[in-house]
Write a protein that binds this ligand. Structure first.
Ligand SMILES: [Mg+2]
Length: 389
């Protein structure tokens, strides 16, 4: 069956939100992120700053060298999450088939909105989000997620320099491969710098070059990834939209101002993050089976390690225990760490133990609920939540 997938990505999201709160920023070169002397990175930068080569994830110290009059705005992540939710609510009003993939990006399966012309729908969405929330966004529409997302990126790239792109790119069914063919190979999912270098050695530079290369040879060179490359390069992708409950994960992370190598303080932070995650799970009446640890070393290498538990959990203790074990498996004592995070996914309703012989865990649940309520009332240490756009 032919599907119609819409991919929406807010343009320079954090910066656009800042502009709605402070119109003086409009047209100015500015970046949201940490201070250069605290080794901050650019989380988002305005289109005026992009003209000078500033981009997200760049160290702020470098951004300031490129644009000496760069205005630095500290991130307000709670605000961005609230605004993001307003956008996502709009999308959910259109269809329940929404897959949010980051704070400012989502896929919608609009195949069943048959009587609606996709282009008109996209224009209306862009206008609504602009008029009601004062935010620009770009949209790509195609028969699958892969091509829709690349369509959005292509639309963004063709923007006039210095202003938000407001892109809208529609790839008609049947034209996926032709649309992708001239684009650089690294725009395909799964083509990171290493694969790109290997492809380049073979004389493969565009997505079309990959599509023309014998699939069996790609499989021989790149394994399973090679087959995927061959399919993707032809514009084939049959992944469906996975709605919120299936993908949702609740996580917390923190970036240290200075690398932490002290085992005790690292474990303390991990405990706090895990406690925060468990609290959000209980607040949303959820439990999750998979506990994930994220860790970033001083050289920016980032690892994730996860464990799947036999039963879904929302307990502080269990998440802490699992996260600490993952930490000990991946890190040598006193090894410095730049960022640490804990997440729980595989979410569903918590399993309640109400059996006659099993009141222990129900009791501890009740206790935790009381603790949560108290902390909700009287506040707790604020844990910095870092999300890159
Ligand atoms: Mg964006």
């Amino acid at each position: 069956m032919n599907r119609t997938i819409l991919h929406l990505d807010l343009d320079a999201f954090f910066c656009s939100v800042e502009e709605t709160r402070n119109p003086d920023l409009r047209g100015q070169p500015f970046a949201v992120g940490g201070q250069p002397d605290e080794r901050g990175v650019v989380a988002s930068c305005s289109y005026a700053a992009r003209q000078f080569g500033v981009h997200s994830a760049m160290p702020m110290s470098r951004a300031v060298r490129l644009v000496p009059n760069l205005i630095i705005v500290s991130g307000r992540h709670r605000l961005y999450s609230e605004v993001s939710k307003q956008v996502m609510d709009k999308l959910h009003n259109l269809t329940p088939l929404v897959e949010q993939i980051s704070i400012d990006e989502a896929f919608l399966d609009i195949s069943n909105l048959r009587d609606e012309n996709p282009e008109r729908l996209a224009r209306r969405l862009q206008a609504d989000i602009k008029n009601e929330l004062d935010l620009p966004c770009s949209i790509g529409i195609a028969s699958n997620k892969l091509v829709a997302k690349i369509a959005t990126e292509v639309g963004k790239k063709s923007a006039k320099k210095g202003s938000p792109p407001f892109g809208l790119t529609i790839v008609p069914a049947g034209e996926e491969a032709a649309f992708l063919a001239p684009l650089p190979a690294n725009m395909l999912w799964g083509v990171g710098p290493k694969t790109e270098a290997k492809l380049s050695e073979l004389g493969i530079h565009t997505i079309g070059d990959i599509a023309r290369w014998p699939e069996a040879d790609l499989a021989k060179r790149f394994g399973e990834n090679g087959r995927e490359l061959a399919n993707h390069a032809r514009g084939r992708d049959d992944r469906r939209i996975v709605t919120e409950h299936e993908t949702k994960s609740i996580s917390q992370e923190t970036t240290f101002t200075r690398d932490v190598s002290d085992d005790k303080s690292l474990e303390k932070t991990l405990r706090e993050l895990a406690t925060e995650v468990a609290r959000s799970l209980r607040k949303n009446d959820l439990a999750g089976k998979t506990v994930k640890l994220k860790i970033r070393w001083p050289d920016f290498t980032t690892l994730t390690r996860q464990t799947t538990l036999p039963q879904p959990t929302d307990s502080d203790e269990e998440i802490i225990k699992t996260a600490l074990k993952l930490l000990h498996d991946v890190r040598k004592p006193r090894q410095p760490v730049r960022l640490i995070g804990v997440g729980v996914s595989g979410l569903g309703a918590p399993i309640r133990q109400l059996g006659l012989w099993d009141t222990g865990s129900e009791k501890s649940r009740k206790l935790q609920e009381v603790v949560d309520e108290l902390q909700e009332k009287f506040g707790r240490d604020i844990i910095h939540r870092g999300e890159l756009e």
